[in-house]
Write a protein that binds this ligand. Structure first.
Ligand SMILES: C[S@@+](CC[C@H](N)C(=O)[O-])C[C@H]1O[C@@H](n2cnc3c(N)ncnc32)[C@H](O)[C@@H]1O
Length: 192
């Protein structure tokens, strides 16, 4: 049993949005879709750090990795677990504020475990605005979902000018999950 995760789940089941942490196969599939070597990475909703571990194993640099976790106890847990990685206790709805004075477009990769299907549409749009503002024009968003559908609807993806592709289906996870990667076709950027 992963105690920090279970306690966070009891505190706020909707915010956690899963009954167990990401399994190793899913974490590896996420890290592999991100191809993190040499990239500036923002991980959102890292929880207990399963995907963080996979990113580091896949070549992510600790100096270029930033973790954004809303649950204060999980954020403290991550700080203790990854002392040389920047951990921010904050909300993905306000990424620009929590990262200040860092400029926009300052990450190559956003990798997210946010339970987007549990999030109200208005909050989802706000989170996506924040994510795509923080991403470089050639950057990517990697997100998993437990749904058969894409984690970002095609119409919402269109609104942000990004295209989604399914990069992996992970059956050895509880529940099985699908990994999606979003990027700007030909460098299109919704901010222009
Ligand atoms: C499905 S869990 C993450 C599981 C994680 N991959 C692991 O293995 O432990 C989702 C995480 O997103 C965090 N979260 C949810 N909403 C958030 C928000 N608006 N901003 C930042 N983190 C958020 C939750 O606190 C939780 O830690």
């Amino acid at each position: 049993m992963n105690q920090p995760f279970v306690l966070a789940l009891l505190r706020n089941p909707r915010q956690i949005g899963a009954v167990v942490p990401s399994g190793q196969s899913l974490a590896r599939a996420m890290a592999s879709a991100a191809a993190p070597t040499g990239k500036r990475i923002l991980e959102i909703g890292p929880g207990t750090g399963a995907i963080t571990n996979a990113l580091l194993a896949e070549g992510a640099s600790r100096e270029q990795l930033c973790l954004l976790e809303r649950d204060d106890k999980l954020a403290a847990y991550l700080t203790a677990k990854f002392p040389d990685v920047r951990v921010i206790n904050g909300d993905a709805r306000s990424i620009a504020d929590v990262l200040k004075p860092q400029a926009s477009a300052c990450f190559d990769i956003v990798i997210s475990s946010l339970p987007l299907l549990n999030v109200k549409e208005v909050d989802k749009i706000r989170i996506l605005e924040q994510i795509f503002s923080t991403l470089d024009q050639r950057g990517i968003l990697v997100q998993y979902t437990y749904s058969a559908k894409a984690p970002i609807s095609p119409s919402l993806a269109n609104r942000f000018g990004v295209r989604g592709e399914r990069t992996a289906m992970v059956f050895r996870n509880l529940p099985p999950a699908t990994v999606w990667k979003y990027s700007y076709p030909n460098g299109y950027d919704f901010r222009n």
